[in-house]
Ligand binder design. Sequence first.
Ligand SMILES: C[S@@+](CC[C@H](N)C(=O)[O-])C[C@H]1O[C@@H](n2cnc3c(N)ncnc32)[C@H](O)[C@@H]1O
Length: 227
Amino acid sequence: MAMAYLAQASTMLGSLTDRIRVSLSRAGLRYGEYSGNYDRLTRLYRRRDPWNLANSGDGARFAETNRRIARASPDCPSLLELGAGEGIQTGFLARVAARVTAIELSQEAIDRARQRVPHAHFLNGRAEDLSALVQGQRFAVATACEMPYYVRDPGAVLAALQQVADLIVVTNHARLDHKVSFLFDGTGWRRTADIRHGRTRWHCYHWQSPHRHRAPDIAALHQGNPS
Ligand SMILES: C[S@@+](CC[C@H](N)C(=O)[O-])C[C@H]1O[C@@H](n2cnc3c(N)ncnc32)[C@H](O)[C@@H]1O
């Protein structure tokens, strides 16, 4: 009995420590949100995992995002990830897509991401230049997770993404989404079920190309949540 209490207390303490660590590391990043200051964003990677994404909450988000992608695009042949950072989510995405191409501003982040996911294809550059970076390639799925609110002109980036992908999946932290949520009112966009982990919520959106040959399982994107 005493052992069970101890185990439970240790799990609760672990999750509390995780939450405090994530909150503290993100509090220091708030100035960078919406600033469009790419030099500053790039400099953040002087330290490892500046957003502290290797935590259980974001892990749950990545797993749930994967589950939705796998249901909407089974056997996904190709996926484009915008804002890959150090490749933590890239590692998850590589489990549901045969080929992953990832774009990231910071060369330092890409160096670490290549070690983490050697078989993904990383491109150092700005999402704004994605058509030049991917040079005529098309993708079954594209993701822009926790990144539109860092971009100078997120509307232009999403429009460029629509030119190269059949399905776009976006997850935005609920605290930050209000600045960009209007972008997802446009044609082809739908809000899907939030992803939740404890008290944290992410708003999710998907866009489907009207020219997509194989109909995606839209209902799948509305299903279920981990918690
Ligand atoms: C918070 S991290 C998101 C990482 C991961 N996608 C996730 O959902 O946790 C945002 C990443 O987007 C990158 N980023 C921001 N603006 C960008 C842009 N215009 N082009 C490419 N990458 C960008 C940042 O450098 C950072 O690595």
